[in-house]
Design a protein around this ligand. Structure first.
Ligand code: FAD
Length: 414
């Protein structure tokens, strides 16, 4: 078949250059999608060649294997911010839309269920996440400012339900437009059907993992000032700088400063962000953890049915630090001395180095605290194979796992 001449197809592309951990061999093909219509063609290309497909953004949460990827990597490069509705109590203002598919988002009946001061915005999945955060916070809208400076694309944000300093993407995402590779059709998926939990969604879990290529994301944000209580480290920063008046921009600035101080810039220092997930316990495991001197953060939450419950969270960074691992080097990977959850690739060159480092770090934590660590970044593999060490996405809480991890959570500690 003839392919769109504008669709960029590259061959034999080094994945170490497309992922922030800077590991791994080449992919057979890389296709960058600039227009939603090209997506079906990209899948046809892979199908004709009988090759598996993997979706990639900026590679900030993915790690390539030494063998690379024997298939087609599809990358979302769709740009643009489209304001679907920007309304205030006294002056509703609707912008014209060009996409007929999501015209229902603009209909008065759908818009009217939202509070008056809202921004409904559709963002191209290839936009840089932080550019989107900057764009909306500058306009005074709240809902994503605490997630400033998270590296990556907008399309990848719902996949692992990114979060930081008490905010998660699931709180403001309305829907995504995606290409359903199983049914070969373009679909709109409402956030209510994404089964969001801590680092979990339909996009990275179970049979639907790798099925939907996300094209655009629509968010609903409110024009309001963020209110305390804030996440501890954020509050400490605000106190230290005597900041008592909070706007989305003020919080964005504070979060950016905190992150710049302790997190590596992926453009300069190879890492995949937090290498291990935080740990969520049930009540009795939390009590046992506290008896061992492990701090457990308790937060009152509400589940999907509206029932309130207490979430028990152990900060994995604390475990690594108190197991004496902070700053230590394992097979070319350094446990960051500023944020222990981050593994920095100083000189490692193979997945074997990573595996050994992971095993030694996990063993040290298990020995000291009796808790099992889970890897957060996923491996670039065909979706029929397991792509991470995540029991939530692979074997739904293995009974032998000592950590009884709750799927309900909303915070991240980096
Ligand atoms: C220094 C650093 C700090 C970080 N801090 C945080 C943090 O505070 N909070 C947090 O939550 N994360 C954090 N991360 C992780 C990372 O930034 C996020 O997971 C981010 O969403 C990754 O975006 P990406 O575009 O790089 O995705 P990639 O790594 O390229 O992909 C991630 C996943 O999304 C899938 N995917 C990518 N594009 C699409 C698409 N178009 N359709 C469907 N699936 C797709 C991939 O297949 C993969 O499963 C950090 C990472 C680094 C390196």
């Amino acid at each position: 078949m003839l392919y769109n001449i504008y669709m960029i197809i590259r061959e034999n592309v080094k994945l170490s250059e497309l992922t922030t951990m800077r590991l791994g061999g080449p992919a057979d093909f890389l296709i960058e999608i600039e227009d939603p219509n090209e997506c079906a063609e990209a899948f046809e290309f892979a199908e004709e060649k009988n090759l598996p497909v993997y979706f990639l953004g900026l590679g900030a949460n993915t790690i390539a294997l030494d063998s690379g990827f024997p298939g087609v990597i599809i990358k979302n490069n769709i740009k643009g911010f489209k304001i679907l509705e920007e309304s205030s109590a006294d002056s509703p203002k609707n912008s014209p839309r060009t996409s007929s598919k999501s015209s229902d988002k603009q209909s008065p009946s759908k818009a009217s269920k939202y509070p008056p001061e809202t921004l409904l915005i559709e963002v191209g999945g290839g936009e840089i996440w932080d550019d989107f955060v900057e764009f909306v916070t500058k306009k005074g809208f709240s809902g994503v400012e605490a997630m400033s400076k998270i590296p990556g694309t907008v399309a990848a944000a719902p996949v692992q339900n990114i979060g930081a300093y008490g905010q998660e993407v699931s709180q403001t995402l309305v829907s995504v437009e995606a290409f359903d590779s199983l049914l070969d059709e373009y679909v709109e998926i409402p956030a209510s059907e994404m089964d969001f939990a801590y680092r979990h969604s339909i996009f990275n879990s179970g049979e639907t993992a790798g099925r939907y290529f996300i094209l655009t994301c629509t968010f609903r944000l409110e024009k309001k000032n963020p209110e305390p209580p804030f996440y501890n480290s954020l509050q400490s920063y605000l106190d230290a700088h005597k900041i008592t008046s909070f706007t989305p921009e003020v919080i964005r600035h504070a979060v950016s400063e905190i992150r710049a101080e302790k997190l590596p810039d992926p453009a300069e220092i190879p890492s995949a962000g937090s290498f291990f997930k935080n740990i969520y316990l049930d009540k009795s495991s939390a009590r046992l953890a506290e008896e061992k001197g492990i701090p457990v953060r308790k937060t009152e939450k509400t589940d999907k049915s509206g029932k309130s419950f207490i979430e028990y969270k152990v900060n994995t960074g604390w475990l690594l630090e108190n197991a004496g691992l902070k700053g230590k080097l394992f097979h070319g990977f350094r446990v960051s001395d500023k944020a222990a959850l981050i593994l920095i690739n100083e000189s490692a060159s193979s997945e074997n180095d990573l595996e050994l480092a992971k095993q030694e770090i996990s063993a040290a934590v298990r020995e000291k605290f009796g808790l099992t660590l889970e890897q957060e970044p996923v491996f670039i593999k065909p979706h029929t194979e397991e792509t991470s060490e995540n029991p939530e996405t692979t074997s739904e809480k293995k009974s032998s796992e000592p950590n009884k991890i709750s799927k309900n959570s909303s915070e991240r500690n980096s």
